[in-house]
Design a protein around this ligand. Sequence first.
Ligand code: NAP
Length: 484
Amino acid sequence: MDQARVVAAVEKGLFIDGKWVDATGGRTFDVVNPATGQTLCTVADASPEDGRAALDAAVAAQPAFAAMSPRDRADILTRAFELLHERVDDLALLMTLEMGKPLAEARGEIAYAAEFFRHFAGEAVRIDGGYQTAPAGGARFLVTRQPVGPCLLITPWNFPMAMGTRKLGPAIAAGCTSVIKPAPQTPLSMLALMDLLVEAGLPPGAVNCIATTDAGAVIEPMIRSGSIRKLSFTGSTGVGRKLLEQCAEKILRTSLELGGNAPFVVFEDADLDEAVDGAIAAKMRNMGEACTAANRIYVQSSVIDEFGRRLAEKMSALKVGPGTEDGVNVGPLIDAAALQKVETLVADAVSRGASVLTGGSAPGGDGFFYPPTVLTGVPRDAEMCDQEIFGPVAPLTPFDTEEEVIAAANDTEYGLVSYVFTNDLRRALRVAEALETGMVGLNQGVVSNPAAPFGGVKASGLGREGGSVGIDEFLETKYIGIKM
Ligand code: NAP
């Protein structure tokens, strides 16, 4: 009953210039519930012409939006923060239906998503500048900050609300208009957010939202149009690389939040229970479908058997099922391809000598379920050590020395986040400094926080989202030289 109601309540069109419109030719596509494999609803499928119309609306709205007072923009964000909390039950259910994560996690994501609006409401009214005497005297330097201009925002399916608000929060705070394109697997959360933003006072054209099944054909002309000034993309490294090349032509500002291959390092002096809980948090959040997911778990040889035993015991106690059911901890994977990928990676690791401590095979039946799985003795040349598993599989690999594990952890093109568990302060700081990642969790399995700078190095991306630097990505610095 509630499920049909929350899906029916969402507008299914394209949101352009403050109005809901159909896609060219009335094209639509299906949104599927991954827990059942059944279609939830259909939504408008944007064409390249629709993309152009959304871009034109963002460009037309830019001057007035930049001129809106910072306080007014902050008030929109604050009201949107409040509305997200007021509607958390319906929005969480909607997210669970389209994406699969358990309701408790969906509620957590709505709260996390809302926090970006609250954080950037604060940043909107603290955009700074400067006034300075030139070193030689005489002239003065006036430094001010202006919105970059119309932005293109592209998000993945794994955090359907938070990946959007993490971009929209700073864009709105800075005075940038935007076109946002959610992933076709999970467009409903972003579509629902559009009406909420209007209710919060957002003017027409300031944010436009188009879903499409033809991302390449719709997005590339927008990037090459010369009308947008910035791309902010969250998704895989492969697609990010391609978009960065497209952005080179017009020298667009780019923020890229890309893939990860997080090492999770447990030293023998760690509190093992804390490390097990940290591993479950880092591995099982979002069923392992997170860029921050622990992807390679290195455990010092003296404690690997005990760590594996405790982790397998806790992982096997997690309840798998549709995210809408009470008590479920682990929902389905996003689609059949994701399930197939996890099965293939596990089979590869086992064929190379890994042992299964728990889980290890899909139950079959409806939906794309895979059980929480712990593998031990995973060799470093297993395919899962080299790519994102994006599923509930924890691969344990032994190590002996600090030097050896640092080298292994850094032996990847990715550099988003790493996790270190140790009770030795000097070792903790030494290892945290040596790890080539943009973020490090020390004795904790979750690092995401809207008030902290989130982002990676190497092939995990460019720029940071959140924190006080998050708004910088949407601002240009202008210097005005004054002859006195
Ligand atoms: P993806 O395949 O790269 O897709 C991400 C978004 O880009 C989707 O909206 C997708 O739409 C779109 N897209 C794909 N090809 C495009 C093209 N040629 N032009 C324009 N847009 C295009 O990634 P995903 O599978 O959805 O998401 C999982 C990935 O995201 C993982 O690698 C994960 O690590 C990463 N991620 C990173 C962060 C972070 O903060 N670093 C956060 C979350 C996720 P279509 O689906 O229609 O192609």
